[in-house]
Write a protein that binds this ligand. Structure first.
Ligand code: TMP
Length: 237
């Protein structure tokens, strides 16, 4: 299929850019190699990051779609772009956790690395001014972010995505510790949007528990790049 032409820029964030296409129902999502604040850096710390993210997101969204979980993904385009359905985004970050890590360890005083007896689901209200506070389902309704039916669908899709991704990663010797999803509406239909890449997931090697992909704790740029490339290899090779 010939590449869809890029139109006007709709949005530019730290790591991605959205462009219009000739079809109002479709947009192009381009992953950047370097965030804006790093533009002065002569060489990206992680070469080809944008291309790796596009391939990983396409693989994971493709897998979820095969299992009947709707996503905005339509097709890869070029090296670092995806053609996606245009969504009206719901201002929530939906996190699913299988193992204690990060903010959960801090907030509840649980030891990082402890397997959770049930997957834990958390919602945060996307608001820079408020620092993305945790909210529950009644807050989501009270804030008018989503209807009760939509909240039920979000919860169900998030757990089903986890149920699909866990074995997919386990086969690749990756422990899916936690990950973040975002949802939106396309012609009134709820679907997964945004990205599903190492930048929104915690991956550990199943055997060594070494952090793969992105890590919030500081590592040398070379080790960071090697870990990201290793995740890419295991998912896409
Ligand atoms: P946390 O332990 O820092 O709350 O992160 C949980 C998961 O959510 C982790 O896989 C990273 C992801 N995440 C994002 O993608 N964006 C964010 O802004 C935050 C806070 C977390």
């Amino acid at each position: 299929m010939p590449a869809v032409e890029r139109g006007r820029k709709l949005y530019e964030g730290k790591w991605k850019v959205l462009f219009e296409t000739g079809d109002p129902a479709r947009v192009i999502l381009r992953f950047k190699d370097v965030p804006d604040f790093d533009r002065t850096v002569a060489r990206p710390k992680l070469p080809r990051r944008g291309a790796m993210k596009a391939r990983i997101a396409a693989t994971l969204f493709g897998l979820l779609q095969e299992r009947g979980i709707s996503t905005h993904f339509l097709e890869l385009q070029g090296e670092r772009e995806m053609l996606v359905r245009r969504l009206e985004m719901i201002r929530l970050e939906v996190v699913i956790r299988n193992v204690v890590a990060g903010s959960l360890a801090k907030r509840l005083g649980m030891e990082a690395g402890t397997p959770l007896p049930v997957p834990v689901l958390e919602y945060s209200y996307k608001s820079d001014a408020l620092g993305d506070p945790l909210v529950n389902e009644t807050h989501i309704q009270a804030l008018g972010l989503a209807s009760p039916e939509e909240i039920r669908a979000i919860r169900e899709m998030a757990f089903r995505a986890n149920g699909t991704l866990l074995p997919f990663f386990a086969e690749r010797e990756i422990l899916l510790v936690d990950f973040k999803l975002e949802f939106g509406r396309h012609v009134g239909r709820l679907m997964l949007g945004d990205e599903l890449t190492p930048d929104g997931c915690r991956f550990w090697d199943r055997a060594t528990r070494e952090r793969l992909g992105k890590d919030r704790t500081r590592r040398s740029p070379a080790r960071e790049a090697a870990a990201y490339q290793e995740v890419f290899r295991r998912i896409c090779a």
